[in-house]
Ligand binder design. Structure first.
Ligand SMILES: O=P(O)(O)OC[C@H]1O[C@H](O)[C@H](O)[C@@H](O)[C@@H]1O
Length: 549
């Protein structure tokens, strides 16, 4: 048994799960009229109702004891104070410093990083304002109308999804297009729709070595030069965000056009850094700043609130409850707001890249489950497809519902329907519908008894399916900042309990290396010993189809 599973707090939860497994949540609601009122918490403009979970007060207190035994608070403090908690890479983890809006210094290896953070924010503000005002012009003196933001993974999802979520705040006159995939269809389609004289390319790559991003930028450069611009004009049309200034300069980006970031910012935690430049260009710097403000408020809550009312801790420990004690394999995110439709994909990278691990910080193989599969999409669309499996499938799938109480540009009829569907789903998942209710519903039919029973059986919904509901007044930049930071800290707490390093990604790194190796094979000798027979065969098919051999 590992050091985690032999803890008395873990063992206690194992006993507790047996005692609550057979109880239906509807009985808890009936027995305690104050359940909903007790199992809710509110911070940073976010209201969380977690009463529709398979927990009692005793379970919640058991989960908080596990968090204390797992030294979540100490690990949190180590992160915020710049300790090198990303042990496999020997790095601090300080995305929180990027939104530190206090005057407090933050030290990495004895050096205060805040002056550099603030100088970069100033540079982002100045650049955004010069593009928006038309002061920054293209090489033919035309103002910039289109931004093509090139990046992948954390250098793409954050800027893309936050910009999309804040559509009502977008700056008129500048349109941002995101390109990630190395599939040439995407970059070619985007470039075909813009005028090179009025376009700015923002290339974002922390490492400046990611194949997809480098290739897409090269393609954009050829397109720019191929349309009649000269090498010297690149300075007005290409900027880069990277921690690898040397590689960016060698690539041909003017030094002044490079926005720095640091190795203590993980890719999937980087939207708060200069990786957020496309967000600034899309929304204006002030809205980007509000995003930071919201995240900072959640940081404060995470650091200061007692565990029992600490929103990220509550959500994390509920996740542990289902993953480790109920065997839940996945967790679904259901934003009931069209503009927030990208959040599941964002949290997917955040969570699965962080906690998709099988060894502890000490290098021991775990004997318990770690990160779940994260998935989801916008409501109400999912109700007409995959919700079926959540309601009546054989797996337990905890869900996070989220809904703004007010939305822009919409009449009340639509919004009330949206809300009623959201709340209705949480209720149906929790209550279900009993066999007797379904059987009674069929009383007016002319079915014979056996058919009536069989149909009632099909219609029966077990219920007892857990969900959280997050409400917020409206999705302002500040609230979005808090919401994203909430999920970041939830993931952190779970990683702390599971004793994994949530800040490296060796599996993904291997993919990057293999991609380049196979490319060499495609362009050269596919029979190389580096490839297994299946891969050799696939490469040979590709080579034949493309006459590469
Ligand atoms: O910003 P880059 O260095 O180009 O990296 C882009 C992405 O690469 C990998 O896929 C990492 O796992 C991601 O976390 C990272 O965001």
């Amino acid at each position: 048994m590992s050091s985690l599973t032999h803890q008395p707090e873990w063992q206690h939860l194992k006993t507790l799960v047996e005692s609550v497994k057979d109880t239906h949540m509807r009985d808890w609601f009936k027995a305690d009229p104050r359940r909903a009122e007790k199992m809710q918490t509110e911070t940073c403009g976010l209201f969380l109702d977690y009463s529709k979970n398979r927990v009692t007060d005793e379970v919640m207190s058991g989960l908080m004891s596990l968090a204390r035994a797992g030294k979540v608070e100490q690990q949190r403090d180590a992160m915020f104070s710049g300790q090198p908690i990303n042990q496999t890479e020997g790095r601090a983890v300080l995305h929180t410093a990027l939104r530190n809006l206090t005057d407090e210094p933050v030290y990495v290896d004895g050096e205060d990083v805040m002056p550099e953070v603030k100088a970069t924010l100033d540079k982002m503000r100045a650049f955004t304002e010069s593009v928006h005002s038309g002061e920054h012009k293209g090489y033919t003196s035309k103002p910039i109308k289109d931004i093509v933001a090139i990046g992948i993974g954390g250098s793409f999802l954050g800027p893309k999804i936050m910009t999309e979520a804040l559509k009502p705040y977008q700056h008129e006159g500048v349109k941002v297009h995101f390109v990630a995939n190395v599939d040439g269809c995407h970059i070619n389609d985007v470039l075909a729709g813009v005028d090179h004289e009025e376009t700015l390319i923002v290339m974002s790559s922390k490492s400046f070595s990611t194949q997809e991003t480098l290739q897409n930028t090269k393609t954009a450069k050829s397109w720019f030069l191929g349309n009649g611009a000269a090498q010297k004009d690149i300075a007005k049309h290409f900027v880069a965000v990277s921690s690898n200034v040397k590689a960016a300069t060698e690539f041909g980006i003017a030094k002044d056009n490079i926005f720095p970031m640091w190795d203590w910012v993980g890719g999937r935690y980087s939207l708060w850094s200069a990786i957020g430049l496309p967000i600034c260009l899309s929304l204006g710097f002030d809205h980007f700043h509000s995003l930071l403000k919201g995240a900072h408020a959640m940081d404060k809550h995470f650091c200061e609130a007692p565990l029992e009312s600490n929103m990220p801790v509550i959500m994390a420990m509920l996740g542990i409850w289902y993953r480790n004690f109920f065997g839940a394999q996945s967790h679904v995110l259901l934003p009931y707001y069209h503009y927030l439709r990208g959040l599941p994909a964002y949290v997917q990278q955040l969570d699965m890249e962080s906690n998709g691990k099988q060894v502890t910080q000490q290098g021991d193989v775990v004997d318990y489950e770690t990160g779940p599969i994260i998935w989801g999409s916008e409501g109400t669309n999912g109700q007409h497809s995959f919700h079926q499996l959540i309601h009546q499938g054989t797996s337990l799938i905890p869900a996070d519902f989220m809904l703004p109480l007010n939305v822009p540009n919409q009449d009340d009829t639509h919004h009330a329907m949206l809300a009623s569907n959201c709340f209705g789903q949480t209720q149906a998942l929790m209550q279900g519908k009993t066999f007797d209710e379904c059987y009674a519903d069929l009383s007016d039919t002319d079915m014979d008894e056996a058919t009536r029973k069989a149909i009632a059986q099909h219609k029966t919904m077990p219920g007892n399916k857990p969900s959280n509901t997050l409400l917020f007044n409206s999705l302002t930049p500040e609230v979005l900042g808090s919401l994203v930071a909430l999920y970041e800290h939830k993931v952190f707490v779970q990683g702390a309990i599971w004793q994994v390093n949530s800040f490296d990604q060796w599996g993904v790194e291997l993919g990057k290396v293999l991609g380049n190796q196979v490319l060499d094979g495609i362009n050269g000798d596919a029979s190389s010993e580096k490839f297994d027979a299946s891969t050799q065969q696939l490469i040979a098919h590709f080579q034949r189809a493309n006459a590469l051999k």
